[in-house]
Design a protein around this ligand. Structure first.
Ligand SMILES: [Zn+2]
Length: 235
């Protein structure tokens, strides 16, 4: 939502005045959005990582762009594929134990997200650090050659995409190991040339081995809790 607001603001020249910060919550912060927001609105993003089950898990450090775990209220573990604590720079599952929810205890509960562990922060707060939150397993791209990765669509990627055609909204769904559906809501039917450059963009972004299919649904799907995910895997 924020990406769309900033993009529209850049296009129309209308900018919110006296804005000091932009607070983001609920969805994953796309790479490049901090820089883009600062460039167009002149305001920094302050991001919060929370879950419905355990409340605030991590808040952004006032001195940096990474997050401090809220260890006073919740024990958060970032565990790798063999169940060991991740070293800084390693990505793993987010496992939480809420320390004060006595009505509904959650012990080593897997919230379904993945995050990257970080180095201790020099700011002096002393709380453990996570560098970024990467989303859920369903947001991972499975590669035709085996292996998997997070596609992480950046503001730069999306800027290039929406410049190619009158695209109002987009979503990418991996439907098969070697197939990605590009779901678009558009202002008018696309020309063959526009469709071709979008397929080229998708090949450059996801890899040439994928078959890219463009579809034009009336609505794009959201999660049960109403979150919009720009990349989902149906595998
Ligand atoms: Zn800090």
């Amino acid at each position: 939502m924020l990406d769309r607001l900033v993009r529209r603001s850049e296009r129309t020249g209308f900018r919110p005045s006296r804005l000091k910060q932009v607070l983001t919550i609920s969805e994953n912060l796309a790479p490049g959005l901090r820089e883009y927001c600062r460039e167009v609105w002149g305001a920094p993003i302050v991001d919060t990582y929370s879950t419905r089950e355990a409340g605030y898990l991590a808040l952004q450090c006032p001195d940096a762009e990474h997050y401090h775990l809220q260890s006073e209220t919740v024990l958060v573990e970032i565990l790798n594929s063999v169940g060991e604590a991740c070293a800084p720079g390693e990505i793993g599952r987010v496992i939480v134990t809420a320390l004060h929810n006595l009505a509904m205890p959650l012990l080593r509960y897997d919230v379904g997200d993945y995050a990257e562990a970080g180095e201790p922060c020099p700011c002096g707060r002393g709380l453990p650090v996570i560098r970024c939150i990467l989303g859920r397993r369903q947001n991972m791209l499975r590669l035709p050659s085996g292996g998997e990765r997070w596609p992480l669509l950046s503001s730069g990627d999306i800027g290039k995409l929406v410049a190619l055609a009158p695209i109002r909204q987009y979503q990418f769904a991996q439907t098969h190991r070697d197939r990605i559906e590009v779901r678009l809501r558009v202002g008018r039917p696309l020309t063959d040339d526009e469709a071709r450059v979008i397929v080229d963009w998708a090949h450059a972004k996801f890899g040439g081995a994928f078959r890219i299919e463009l579809t034009f649904p009336a609505e794009l799907s959201r999660t049960a809790s109403g979150k919009f995910e720009d990349f989902i895997s149906l595998l």
